[in-house]
Design a protein around this ligand. Structure first.
Ligand code: SAM
Ligand code: SF4
Length: 320
């Protein structure tokens, strides 16, 4: 289905929990969050029905995210329910990878196509520091497991932070030399926890191109992909740059986001939300509600406006 600006909306990103087994400094408060009342979180069956309705409107791409999707009880059951919806042609998950070694085989068998794994440093001490206690070895084991079971193409998402990992750009880029993986550098966005320190730690993705002038741009046909892709000569994998702040891609936005507590966000950087359960009780169908959300999508975000006010939600509630 198209929105009012003619953008085809085919991509649904669903946060299945706002709980997480890490406490990344730019995402979660140190002491975690208050566990939401069980009833306020969408049930597995409700999420399945939402995806079925979205598929009928022409959506064919689904990503499960969180919080950490692999801590959600029943996650493999949810994956298998969505995996059976034939219209969904691209079915992925964004995960921190900590539990991936344990789940990779079951996720693949249940119908998940691929995973994006978030990893901001390749140094075990720094990993522990930025995630407040995470073990890098678990993520590396998760990456191997994902490769072994064929959750491909494998993408690694790295949020660039000045003074933290900008000295590791070369190490990340070199991961693409011998492996068919995509390393995607993402600019730190002023959302939730990060809104307080994003300005001091912000590094524009241009830094990657300055360090690697021999990265060759790739021509892609996928205009809705937020990443611009590059390749080192002879590399098996590629490098993606996602510049939501310095060079946003709203004109080609193709997505709706759903929070774990059942609110549709037509735009990541706006506070407007549509409460699915409330509208269902008022007699609307899921098709009505999704259509309404698509038609509410704004033309673009205002991150670069001097008067921009960061949204109230945190990233762990929205899923990235
Ligand atoms: N827990 C999972 C994970 O970390 O992959 C999924 C949810 S997490 C919120 C999704 C992505 O959002 C991660 O790659 C994380 O690094 C990114 N993220 C969180 N806060 C961010 C921010 N302020 N700016 C840019 N990316 C952010
Ligand atoms: Fe958890 Fe992902 Fe947020 Fe880190 S970025 S705290 S792993 S939800």
């Amino acid at each position: 289905m198209k929105d009012t600006l003619g953008r085809g909306i085919n991509y649904l990103r669903i946060s299945v929990t706002d709980l997480c087994n890490l406490r990344c400094k730019y995402c979660m408060p140190e002491h975690g969050i208050c566990k939401k009342d069980h009833d306020s979180i969408l049930r597995i069956e409700e999420i399945e029905e939402i995806v079925k309705a979205a598929a009928k409107l022409g959506m064919n791409k689904v990503r499960l995210t969180g919080g950490e999707p692999l801590v959600r009880k029943g996650i493999v059951d949810l994956v298998s329910r969505i995996g059976r919806i034939a219209a969904i042609k691209d079915f992925s998950m964004t995960t921190n990878g900590i539990l991936l070694e344990k789940f990779a085989q079951d996720l693949k068998a249940a119908g998940l196509h691929r995973v994006n794994i978030s990893l901001d440093t390749l140094n075990a001490e720094k990993y522990k520091q930025i995630t407040r206690g995470g073990n890098l070895q678990n993520v590396l084991a998760g990456i191997e497991a994902a490769k072994n079971v064929g959750l491909l193409p494998l993408k690694i998402n790295t949020v660039l932070m000045g003074g933290f990992n900008d000295d590791e750009i070369a190490d990340f880029v070199k991961l693409t030399l011998h492996d068919e993986i995509e390393v995607r550098f993402i600019e730190l966005m002023p959302v939730g926890e990060a809104s307080r320190w994003a300005q001091n730690h912000f590094v524009a993705n241009e830094a990657v191109l300055q360090k690697f002038p021999d990265l060759v741009p790739e021509i892609t046909n996928d205009k809705s992909s937020p990443a611009k892709y590059f390749k080192l000569p002879q590399a098996k994998g590629r490098v993606g740059l996602i510049n939501p702040v310095s060079n946003h891609f709203c004109g080609a936005c193709n997505r709706l986001r759903i929070t774990a507590d059942g609110k549709i966000k037509p735009c990541l950087h706006a506070n407007a939300e549509i409460d699915i359960r409330r509208l269902l009780v008022a007699g609307n169908t899921l098709a009505d509600i999704l259509t309404h959300a698509i038609l509410q999508k704004p033309a673009g975000h205002k991150l670069n406006d001097p008067e921009f006010v960061p949204i109230e939600r945190n990233m762990y509630q929205i899923g990235g």
